[in-house]
Design a binder for this molecule. Structure first.
Ligand code: UDP
Length: 244
């Protein structure tokens, strides 16, 4: 993977050190134009901690073609390791950039994940905002990982891009489990991005994002995330103690 771009390993996860515009224009756009099969993980500290606790999930994440730093904690860890990463690449923004390319080039997209109503809303929003995108298909995200009818539906649709919003670890596991059956397609786990695109969840205001406080905004809006935030603190703790 990853050519001449530098890689920073954080807890054995190889993060690509690249700007979003270079990732999109120099790497992903050509992959899309050539129909190369590509697996992208946008990883935050929660994903990294999960790989630490679950060896099989670690293999899944390591099998990605590109692991992208999403999450202020990853950037902080990189700085601390004296190997700063160029920038944080939020999965949501990367998804919008890819939709933009799909719109320019008339590519087809499959939307897999989130609740039935959010999934439908995402399709409506894409139809409206990106009218040249071909909707190859869509399916809600509440099914068993080994439910083959879902993967069969995606295969039949033969999409150029497959956005998978099942949350971690399910979205990366689903991609890794099935993408060997595809000839082409850019597969990307997008977490809660469908909820944001559908307008059901609000992204933090830009000022919070600029201050690297998007995680705090999400925590205040969705207090059930508190348990997950402890993972982020544990991650930072391990980095600061140079245990990793
Ligand atoms: N989800 C799903 N199937 C599942 C579990 C979750 O489709 O079995 C969806 C959920 O509805 C939400 C997304 O996956 O749209 C996960 O969002 P979350 O905010 O937890 O992800 P994060 O961005 O924090 O990784």
């Amino acid at each position: 993977m990853r050519g001449k771009n530098s890689i920073l390993n954080i807890m054995d996860i190889p993060f690509l050190n690249i700007s979003k515009s270079s990732l999109v224009n120099d790497i992903l756009r050509p992959h899309l134009m050539n129909g190369n099969k590509t697996f992208i993980v946008t990883a935050n500290p929660e994903i990294v901690m999960r790989t630490k606790e679950d060896a099989s999930y670690k293999k899944v994440v390591q099998s990605a073609d590109y692991v992208i730093p999403d999450g202020a904690g990853i950037l902080l860890a990189a700085k601390y390791k004296k190997h700063p990463l160029r920038e944080r690449i939020p999965g949501y923004e990367l998804m919008l950039d890819l939709l933009q390319i799909a719109n320019e080039k008339g590519l087809s997209c499959y939307f897999l994940g989130a609740s039935g109503s959010v999934n439908l809303k995402v399709v409506r929003v894409v139809e409206q905002k990106y009218p040249n995108v071909k909707i190859a298909g869509h399916h809600h995200g509440f099914f068993q990982l080994d439910d083959l009818s879902v993967v069969e539906d995606v295969k039949r649709a033969s999409p150029d891009l497959i956005f998978v919003a099942l949350g971690l670890p399910k979205q990366e596991q689903w991609i890794e489990m099935h993408n060997n059956q595809f000839e082409k397609g850019l597969f990307m786990g997008v977490g809660g991005s469908f909820d944001v695109l559908a307008g059901v969840v609000k992204r933090a205001p830009q000022a919070w994002i600029n201050l690297n406080l998007e995680w705090l905004y999400r925590l205040l809006k969705q207090p059930f995330r508190l348990k997950r935030i402890f993972k982020v603190f544990k991650f930072m703790f391990l980095i600061l103690l140079k245990k990793e």
